[in-house]
Structures are given as structure tokens and as C-alpha cells.
Design a protein. Structure first.
Length: 258
């Protein structure tokens, strides 16, 4: 197969800009379309920006979307009509929206991940194993730190880790979500999974999962120092899904974690 043609949505956002930066250095992909929610008479890497449309995505093999839930569904509607493959890095979806994405995945291949980093996906795998191994005698909570510009909380990655805890216990994540704190210096364990989100400075991402029995605490954590971690992961996801059939995939499928 030749180069994979990419469309990047939200191209002026933090991740959009990083994706462009990473993609132009990768000889196995070619950017054919860049979109934004506002039409601007502007060129990036020799490409005029467009709004999401059939015309904008026509030449793409894979669309990479790091935007907002509203924009993602706009992209999915067009992609399903054109039979395009989609990598979703957008976060902040509700349970209903997650189910809608599953329906779209019956029409087109979709790889969706709250975080594209190898380390974070390994952390989720370890979180699930730890939760399963420790059992009911340990309470758990999730802490995350991001830059002050991040709007959603908890982060998509923190929720992903929460799902790892729930999967390990064999429970429905949405039934054991506890309290969601913002900018608290400390926060308690509970019978459900509590979350605390800190927004400060320009921190790229820190995530921590804690398990406590009251007699000991086990901590699993990950720190990201370079945003290119996510863009490189997203490009690997685009390459991987380019040969896949209809279905909903995750980075775990790509990394072959069992």
C-alpha cells in the first residue's frame, strides 16, 4: 500500500497542530485535508483549511479527530456516508454518546482511545490486572493533572482508568462512578471510584490510580512530558486501522494487550 491519506479535524487546536507537525515528518502518511469549525482563508503546510464536509474528506483514507463530542458526531455522519475510517481522540462523551459511536462502528472502522500513549494504555492494562487481583478489600480512586486550558474533567484518560478498575472488578463502570472533584488538595476513597482533577500551568498530563486496604496503598502512575506522544500514537492508530474492517477498536487492540 502507498501513503495513507489523512484528514485532520480541529487542525488549529493543540492536538491538531501537533498532529500536523508529526505527520509532515512521517513518509508513510500524507495530509490531504485540514478542517476547522470556522472557515478561514488560511493555509497550513500548503493546504487550505476547510469546514467538515463530504468534499473535505473525499480523498482521505483515515480521518483523525481530536475535537469536541459535537464535532466528532458531525465527522462520523460524513465518514459513515463516505465509508471512511476514523481515529477518535476526542474525550468527554456521555454514556449515550458512547453507545452512538458503537452504532457508527457497525458501518465503518473506528479506533477510539481516551489516550493514544503506549505508556497510558499499559497503565490501564496494569490497572485492570491490579483491580482484579486485589478484589473487594481495596478501595480505589483516580487523580489527574492537566494544563489550565483543558475544559473537560475528569480527563478522558482518567475515565479510561476508572473503566479499567471496573473491568477488573467485573462491574459496570457507570454504576460505580463516584464523586468528581476539581482542584482539591486531597480527596477521599469511597465505595465507588472517586476522581480529582487539577488544572494548572502547562502540564501535559499526569495520571495516578491508588488502591487502599486501609493498611497499605498501591499506586500506579504515568507522567507525559511531550505532546508528540499522543500524535505519534494517533498516527500509528491511523496506519493500523487503515487495513481493518468495520468495528470499534481501541489502542489495546493495536498493542495486542490480552
Amino acid at each position: 500500500m502507498g501513503k495513507i491519506n489523512l484528514a485532520i479535524t480541529g487542525c488549529l487546536g493543540r492536538m491538531g497542530r501537533q498532529l500536523i507537525k508529526t505527520a509532515v515528518k512521517d513518509r508513510s502518511v500524507k495530509i490531504v485535508s485540514l478542517t476547522e469549525n470556522t472557515l478561514l482563508n488560511k493555509k497550513i503546510s500548503g493546504i487550505y483549511l476547510k469546514k467538515n464536509s463530504e468534499k473535505a474528506f473525499q480523498k482521505a483514507h483515515v480521518i483523525i479527530d481530536f475535537t469536541s463530542p459535537k464535532c466528532t458526531f458531525e465527522v462520523l455522519k460524513i465518514a459513515s456516508k463516505l465509508k471512511k475510517k476514523v481515529v477518535i481522540g476526542t474525550t468527554g462523551f456521555s454514556k449515550t454518546e458512547e453507545n452512538q459511536i458503537k452504532k457508527f462502528s457497525k458501518k465503518i472502522p473506528i479506533l477510539k482511545a481516551g489516550n493514544m500513549s503506549l505508556g497510558i494504555n499499559l497503565l490501564m492494562f496494569l490497572t485492570e490486572i491490579t483491580s482484579k487481583t486485589l478484589g473487594k478489600n481495596y478501595l480505589s480512586k483516580v487523580f489527574e493533572v492537566h494544563h489550565k486550558h483543558k475544559k473537560d474533567h475528569p480527563s478522558g484518560t482518567a475515565l479510561m482508568l476508572g473503566k479499567g478498575i471496573a473491568n477488573g472488578k467485573g462491574k459496570d463502570f457507570y454504576k460505580i462512578i463516584g464523586k468528581k472533584y476539581l482542584n482539591k488538595k486531597s480527596f477521599p476513597y469511597g465505595k465507588k471510584i472517586n476522581f480529582n482533577s487539577l488544572r494548572k500551568g502547562e502540564i501535559i498530563g499526569e495520571h495516578e490510580v491508588r488502591f487502599s486496604s486501609g493498611k497499605e496503598i498501591i499506586t500506579l502512575n504515568h507522567e507525559a512530558f511531550d505532546r508528540s506522544l499522543y500524535s505519534e500514537g494517533a498516527l500509528e492508530a491511523a496506519k493500523w486501522i487503515s487495513s481493518k474492517k468495520t468495528g470499534l477498536y481501541s489502542m489495546r487492540d493495536l498493542l495486542n494487550f490480552k
